[in-house]
Design a protein around this ligand. Structure first.
Ligand SMILES: [Zn+2]
Length: 118
C-alpha cells in the first residue's frame, strides 16, 4: 500500500512504515482483545490495517510508535503481552505511550499549519 501524498507531506516519518491491508493479523489482534478485529496491528516495521480501517493520521502515528517500540527492544513483544495481561489493553504502558505520541504529533502538525496560514 502507498501512503497518500498529502499524508506523506504532512507526516514524512510515516514513510518509514510499510503498510499492508487485510490479512489475518488484524483479526488475530481482535481475538486477543475480544473484538471481531482491530483497525491495525504492527509487527516490527509493518503495519497491517484491517480491510475497513481508514488511513487516519492518528491511527498511523499510533502504529508508527509501536514500530519504534519494536526496534527499541528485542523483547518488546513479550513485554507488550505481559503489560496487556497485567494492566489490560488501555492501561498497557506501550499503548499509553503510543496514544500520547500520536496526540503530540497531531497537535504539533496543527500548530504548524496554523502558523503557516497566519
Ligand atoms: Zn496500540
Amino acid at each position: 500500500m502507498v501512503l497518500p501524498a498529502a499524508l506523506a507531506r504532512r507526516y514524512p516519518e510515516l514513510e518509514s512504515v510499510r503498510l499492508r491491508r487485510g490479512g489475518l493479523l488484524p483479526r488475530i489482534g481482535g481475538w486477543a482483545l475480544r473484538r471481531s478485529t482491530v483497525d491495525a496491528i504492527t509487527l516490527r516495521g509493518t503495519v497491517f490495517l484491517a480491510p475497513h480501517a481508514a488511513l487516519d493520521p492518528a491511527l498511523l502515528l499510533h502504529e508508527l510508535r509501536h514500530v519504534q517500540q519494536f526496534f527499541e527492544s528485542r523483547t518488546f513483544p513479550l513485554k507488550y503481552l505481559w503489560e496487556s495481561v497485567r494492566r489490560g489493553y488501555a492501561e498497557n504502558v506501550y499503548e499509553r505511550d503510543a496514544r500520547h505520541y500520536a496526540a503530540e504529533r497531531l497537535a504539533a502538525a496543527s500548530t504548524q499549519s496554523t502558523s503557516r496560514e497566519a
